[in-house]
Design a protein around this ligand. Structure first.
Ligand code: NDP
Ligand code: A1CAB
Length: 288
């Protein structure tokens, strides 16, 4: 038996992720535009999604009344201020750190899905792990899987702790190669190389070479080991990076993200302002 909502809504539809999800679902032809409702606190300057007209509203309750499945895509710190009654709705949250129990209690709703996509939805390359409350039927789960497939790949999880962990690893993950690229660019520029060459060299590494790690190939640990065994210039770089704490820094970063996901309170949410820890100039305990 299959399950199909009459209409799908996205609360926070004009945000970074909300719009990307909508573009993926419409752009792939998976959802017709008249079956999509989007809401925001303000109406968008560009209302078309994938060049097609959809329903926009600033009234979340109107959206809830129209839709049998609703994605919550607002910032976690805005969630508890949201007035929501979604008794007969399949509620799907992409919000970091808000648990199934919190979603269910705040929205008066028992059929709840949490999933954690990432910014690669924009190119339909997101990895989106997800989990569902017991009240979500097998048919609804299959529908969720087919929706997530329009964003990229997916896996159903059994433990919410794993979703908290993956919020850091894969949800935040697209930022990590970007940080690596930034560090490489800064070093090359400081050595006087032309900016256009630096940009193309870094892009060649991050975008051109990453498919070497894809699916059926060797996997990152084997690739790194092959270069270490080669004992050439690459090994010189890798050994120094490892000795300087590269892997430890990654492990600590993933742990920090996991803790942030576990510890989503209005206080902690508002404390990570962009200039509390500037990228490229990490603060240590002694800094003022
Ligand atoms: N960005 C990412 O890479 C990822 C984000 N996430 C999660 O996705 C969620 C959305 O993130 P993101 O898209 O980046 O955030 P944005 O800030 O870009 O978008 C959030 C949107 O929510 C809207 N909004 C806020 N309050 C309300 C409300 N009461 N009613 C309706 N709309 C509201 C805002 O609309 P307006 O502008 O009109 O106020 C805004 O467009 C977050 O919970 C985040 O944890 C998960 C994985 C990856
Ligand atoms: O940085 C964030 O909080 C969001 C959630 C996971 C990825 N981006």
């Amino acid at each position: 038996m299959s399950w199909q909502p009459r209409r799908l809504g996205i609360i926070g539809g004009n945000g970074w992720l909300g719009r990307a999800m909508a573009e993926a679902m419409l752009g792939s032809g998976w959802l017709p535009p008249d079956a999509l409702w989007l809401s925001g606190r303000t109406l968008p300057a560009q209302p078309l999604i994938s060049g097609q007209p959809v329903h926009w509203t600033t009234d979340n309750q109107q959206l809830l009344n129209q839709c049998d499945a609703v994605i919550l895509s607002l910032r976690p710190q805005d969630f508890f201020a949201l007035s929501l009654r979604a008794e007969n709705t399949l509620l799907i949250s992409v919000m970091a750190g808000i648990s199934v129990a919190e979603l269910s209690a705040h929205a008066a709703c028992s059929a709840v899905v949490r999933c954690m996509p990432n910014a690669a939805i924009a190119i339909r390359g997101s990895y989106s792990p997800w989990l569902a409350s017991a009240e979500v039927s097998a048919a609804q789960r299959r529908w969720v899987q087919s929706m997530l497939s329009t964003w990229g790949s997916e896996d159903e999880l059994e433990e919410e702790d794993h979703l908290h962990y993956l919020t850091g690893l894969s949800g935040s993950g697209p930022a990590f190669p970007a940080l690596l690229g930034r560090a490489m660019s800064e070093h090359a520029l400081s050595r006087g190389l032309p900016a256009h060459v630096v940009n193309r060299a870094v892009e060649g590494v991050l975008v051109g070479a990453s498919p070497l790690l894809a699916g059926q190939n060797e996997g990152p640990a084997r690739v790194a080991q092959r270069f270490l065994d080669y004992q050439g210039t690459t090994a010189a770089a890798l050994i120094t990076m490892i000795q300087e704490g590269f892997e430890q820094a990654i492990h600590h970063g993933l742990q920090a993200a996991e803790q942030a996901a576990f510890n989503m309170t209005p206080e902690t949410m508002n404390s990570r302002t962009p200039d509390s820890v500037p990228v490229g100039a990490p603060r240590t305990k002694g800094d003022s």
